[in-house]
Design a protein around this ligand. Structure first.
Ligand code: AMP
Length: 409
């Protein structure tokens, strides 16, 4: 897949650039407001911002933050993000209170070379998620071109992803380029065996791409909340464990059952899948939970009111064998509720083993970053993607919708 990139732009100097970024960053309370808790997604866009600044561009940044569902939510305003970016760049970043409208157009009109504006959260408008043509037109009003660097948001068909890229010449930023290059090490002629480690709680997102992802993998290790669907599909009782059975397949516009889909995956690709043989169960999702190990090989069963919250020691040992053999590893989603110490052991052991491995290791997803920080494993992987859903869809072979108009013809 070859994209038009900012390096392909012949005359960039002085241009008004809409820089589409994915600044969907975690926030933490500060006084009466909020501040950025983790700035990795901002730092990753610095090469592109510096490239544009060196070329004397006027930069207008656009992103969404969290899920305000089409209305203004105080907590999800972009102000803390603009403040953090200004601190990092040691340069003013003018934060506007809207992303469209006369005041925005006027501010953009007045910009001088080397200045930066950050627009308000685009998800404050319901037209964002409905990919509205008029809204998209307003978003690019007065701008010369788009530099798209929002890899983590490129799998959504929204106004500020697909909508705008139809309207102005669009080029990939340096982060988007890097993401695709690194993820291609997994999807295109990977060093084998390729081992995929999948966990986490976004069950519908993950089962939806698994049918394709499994085709390129040699082994898929299943943990986290995702394991519950597999256990259920194998007729194991799962008590009150978290499970997200029915979901809507957006492409086919119909309701799908995760359990039914997983049964199909198991039938077709069962030999590639490594499932837990034991789990840790708790009576509640809390640090004070009572914990019990359930060993399926010893025919033990979960209490019907309890929940599976981590993989067990035999499962960890089985997974470590596969990780040791791997030449390429892709890891997405924790093996348990790692935020609670009692249920963090599986995630810790698996993450540490991947960090130790000499294999090419690619990690994806917001929670993965928290795992890396918690176990102090930064710098020990080949690539840590800024996108969870986007990296999964890319590896499953999909052309991310927002990239359609950036592809070289
Ligand atoms: P994801 O965004 O899909 O990677 O999901 C991450 C979340 O999955 C984390 O907040 C974990 O606490 C959660 N998680 C992992 N395992 C389980 C489980 N067995 N039951 C419920 N939640 C889980």
């Amino acid at each position: 897949m070859e994209l038009k990139t900012i390096r392909d732009i012949k005359q960039l100097s002085g241009k008004k650039v809409l820089l589409r970024v994915a600044y969907d960053v975690p926030l933490k309370p500060k006084g009466k407001g909020w501040e950025v808790a983790d700035d990795r997604r901002i730092l990753e866009t610095l090469p592109t911002i510096k490239y544009l600044l060196n070329n004397k561009c006027k930069i207008v940044l656009l992103s969404w933050l969290n899920r305000p569902d089409g209305r203004v939510v105080e907590k999800y305003k972009m102000d803390p993000v603009a403040i953090r970016l200004a601190q990092i760049l040691k340069k003013p970043v003018q934060k506007l209170n809207d992303c469209i409208g006369p005041k925005v157009f006027e501010s953009i009109e007045k910009m001088k070379a080397g200045e930066l504006i950050m627009l308000e959260n685009v998800r404050f408008y319901p037209e964002e998620e409905s990919n509205n043509k008029l809204f998209s037109k307003l978003l690019v009003h007065g701008l010369d071109l788009i530099v798209f660097d929002a890899f983590a948001q490129a799998h959504r068909v929204h106004s500020s992803t697909v909508g705008i890229t139809k309207l102005l010449p669009t080029y990939a930023g340096l982060l988007l380029e890097k993401e695709l290059k690194e993820l291609s090490k997994v999807s295109s002629k990977p060093k084998r065996p390729l081992v995929v480690v999948l966990g986490g709680a976004k069950i519908s997102d993950k089962t939806a791409v698994l049918m394709e992802l499994i085709k390129i993998a040699d082994k898929v290790l299943i943990g986290g909340g995702l394991a519950n669907v597999f256990l259920k599909a194998c007729h194991r009782p799962i008590g009150r464990s978290f499970i997200e059975d029915k979901f809507v397949d957006k492409a086919k516009r119909k309701k799908i059952s995760s359990v039914k889909l997983v049964k199909k995956i198991l039938k077709k690709f069962g030999a590639k899948i490594v499932l837990p043989v034991d789990m840790l169960a708790g009576n509640i999702i809390d640090a004070k939970a009572l914990v019990e190990k359930i060993d399926f090989e010893a025919a033990q069963q979960i209490n019907k009111n309890w929940l599976f919250l981590d993989i067990g020691p035999k499962t960890i040992a089985n997974f470590l064998v596969e990780i040791k053999r791997a030449k390429t590893i892709f890891f997405n989603g924790p093996m348990g509720v790692f935020e609670i110490d009692q249920f963090s052991f599986g995630t810790k052991k698996i993450a540490e083993a991947i960090a130790r491995s000499k294999a090419i290791s690619v990690l994806g997803g917001g929670d993965t970053e928290m795992v890396i920080a918690k176990y102090k494993l930064a710098g020990k992987f080949t690539h840590v993607s800024t996108g969870g859903g986007a990296s999964l869809e890319f590896l499953a072979g999909a052309t991310l919708p927002a990239l359609k108009y950036i592809l070289k013809k």
